[in-house]
Design a protein around this ligand. Structure first.
Ligand code: SF4
Length: 103
């Protein structure tokens, strides 16, 4: 079995730029993947107290992204195999959909 080496994590994770996760109990999570504990770094609140717009633009969400840039990412993100740098998605050329450039 081949084990993939972990990528350097100097860009915010794509998951923090893609959307929020709302659990059936109303908890709002910054990431869709695995951190489900109450009070975790990735838990942004509860839909009974915070709107999705407030959660998305919250200082907590901005700090999460900034923590990657600062090299102080949450513990759960240090070993996460789902990490993908946001920059690689943001800088990728848009799909051509079969239309030649300039048409
Ligand atoms: S590194 Fe993993 S746990 Fe952290 S935000 Fe990305 S997908 Fe979520």
């Amino acid at each position: 079995m081949m084990i993939r080496p972990l990528r350097p994590r100097t860009f915010p994770c794509f998951a923090l730029c893609a959307g929020l996760t709302v659990r059936p109990d109303g908890r709002v999570l910054a990431c869709m993947c695995r951190d489900r504990e109450e009070g975790s770094d990735l838990c942004l609140g509860d839909t009974a107290r915070v709107s999705l717009q407030e959660a998305w633009h919250s200082g907590a969400m901005q700090r999460l992204r900034q923590r990657f840039v600062d090299g102080d990412l949450p513990g759960i993100c240090r070993e996460c195999r789902h990490y993908s740098p946001a920059a690689s998605h943001l800088l990728a050329p848009p799909p051509s959909h079969g239309v030649p450039p300039g048409q």
